[in-house]
Write a protein that binds this ligand. Structure first.
Ligand code: IPD
Ligand code: CA
Ligand code: CA
Length: 273
């Protein structure tokens, strides 16, 4: 069993505790789906999401009382320690969860002095725990991770997120998809951005891009990809991942090619650095 630092122990313990509730709720949802209208399951999932967030907040605060938190559902909770902040998505892949698709995750990052420092992404149904801490590598269930070694776009498998009802940029996304799918081995959309990044770190995907994600979707995944030897930037190759520039991650060999393909689809560079 690989050594895990006290910090990663805190993060994984919190994720496992919150995941217990999510797994129970995911099971119960199957019963609900058959018997009630759409609103029933959606409300149920929203409660599951909030319960997960409460458990994570309680556990992380118990372990590190001075740290602040940025949580998807309840927002900002400032701490007296201004260097360290948890950035948390209590349920990433909500739409999958709602539809009974077992691809969802809990994402916890520690941001230190404004930079992602440690990340834990837990996918409860396959029981996959992805962890990374700056300078110490990335691991999946104790096994060291490396990004893929593929160098050619023609052999590469990419992941992305497709904008849905209520989001902007549908036309831009279609142009990006057109550029990438025409020259690569394929493009996947599995519905959890946190896991998309974790899977890039694991070498399952050769790259990932998505427009307009939030800090809680990507902070943990950024640490994982970097610690697995990969590269993360905004869509234009800059550092505006947390300020609307989108996110693009891959191994170093493919990074420039993916930026080029995505940029080719954008009339205005998404984020100049
Ligand atoms: C969503 C997922 C999805 C991405 C969306 C996110 P949520 O997060 O990460 O893959 O395409 O943009 O909002 O709502 O399930 O936490
Ligand atoms: Ca999310
Ligand atoms: Ca969420």
């Amino acid at each position: 069993m690989a050594y895990r630092s006290p910090l990663l122990n805190v993060m994984t313990a919190a994720a496992l505790k919150a995941a217990k509730g999510l797994v129970r709720d995911f099971g119960e949802l199957e019963q609900l789906q058959v018997s009630v209208s759409k609103k029933g399951p959606a409300d149920f999932v929203s409660r599951a999401d909030h319960r997960s967030e409460s458990v994570l907040r309680a556990e992380l605060t118990k372990a590190r009382p001075t740290y602040g938190l940025l949580m998807e559902e309840s927002g900002l909770h400032p701490g007296s320690d201004t260097s360290n902040r948890w950035v948390v998505d209590p349920l990433d892949g909500t739409t999958n969860f709602l539809h009974g698709i077992p691809h969802f995750s809990i994402s916890i990052a520690l941001e230190r002095d404004g930079e992602p420092y440690a990340g834990v992404i837990y996918s409860p149904i396959p029981d996959e725990m992805f962890v990374a801490e700056k300078g110490t590598g990335a691991f999946l269930n104790g096994r060291r991770l490396r990004v893929s070694g593929r160098r050619n776009v023609e052999e590469a498998l990419f992941a992305t997120g497709i904008p849905f009802l209520g989001l902007a940029n549908h036309g831009l996304f279609l142009r990006q998809l057109g550029a990438v799918m025409a020259v690569s081995s394929g493009v996947r959309r599995y519905g959890s951005a946190a896991l998309d990044l974790a899977w890039v770190a694991a070498g399952r995907y050769d790259g990932f891009w998505e427009n307009g994600l939030n800090a809680w979707d990507i902070a943990a995944g950024i640490v994982l990809v970097r610690e697995a030897g990969g590269f993360v930037s905004d869509l234009a190759g800059g550092r505006k991942m947390f300020t609307g520039g989108g996110v693009l991650a891959s191994n170093t060999a493919l990074h420039e090619s993916l930026i080029g393909l995505v940029a080719q689809a954008s009339p205005h560079p998404a984020a100049a650095s």
